[in-house]
Write a protein that binds this ligand. Sequence first.
Ligand code: 6CS
Length: 340
Amino acid sequence: MKATTKLLTTAGMGALVFGMAAAAQAAEWKYAHEEYEDDVQDVFAVAFKEYIEENSDHTVTIYRFGELGESDDIMEQTQNGILQFVNQSPGFTGSLIPEAQIFFIPYLLPTDEETVLEFFDESKAINEMFPELYAEQGLELLKMYPEGEMVITTDEPVSSPEDFEDKKIRTMTNPLLSETYRAFGATPTPLPWGEVYGGLQTGVIDGQENPIFWIESGGLYEVSPHLTFTGHGWFTTAMMANQEFYDGLSDEDKELVQEAAEAAYDHTIEHITGLAEEALAKIEEECGDDCTVTRLDEDQIEAFRERAPQVEEEFLEMTGDGGKELLEQFKADLEAVQQD
Ligand code: 6CS
């Protein structure tokens, strides 16, 4: 064989081996979340997928609500390594990580959207303490973000704790949220998402809480037409990876995943700005006189707010010293953004 041919052959082989190695590195990642197409968690997931696919050879397949089961199922699949990424809300994670229930202490977060967004950006409790708590459960927390202010929907208008007497209010399945609704005077009924619409329709439950965009997109107002703005909290969610999977990534891929989560966060925050107002306008147009919208005034809010300390106490009882430290940091972070 001539020397030049031999050289070319060696170079060709090298290119082939290099190509095979690059192909072997192109991974197919699976990502599940709790919502439907175009809902907030889906907007996040699609932005994450697009960033990954535009900046690497990897692909991301998104699974939406119901495709792989309920919220608890997709968490289990992520912990078992069947899925690489999951978006699960503290409303469900609270039964796994008790400290995640902090979001259900009523009136802890303000209602002002700008302050809340700044809090999520800058909070040490959110960005430094929560990742450690999730890591204890084999999860690499990538982002926590708000989806919208909580609004209660019921079968009759409500404006006081007395109006909640005998009302069965569906809660997500963490024990502290049940405590909140007990404190509000209602009978809490923890249920997974898949049972909520039917439960409202059949009268198994008399009401539920969720952000306005979800009340609109899921058509909850059709079966639970009286909306009350109580100002008691925000629907918060979290996106994470299986930790073993994440730890096994190259430094380059870890950076890619972090950047994709950042890009998805920025895009999602932009998406939720003004979303509640748009969704409420759609509900009012669809529902007309069949729906009512009640915005509690300060005195009415006070009747609910004065019941918050008993929920905070319960949180501390459930979470011990770790919860106390988290709550103190959470409050300090809030104070810092409220002073700005
Ligand atoms: O209420 C729930 O269970 C659902 N709410 C929202 C806004 N997202 C997913 C969650 O499962």
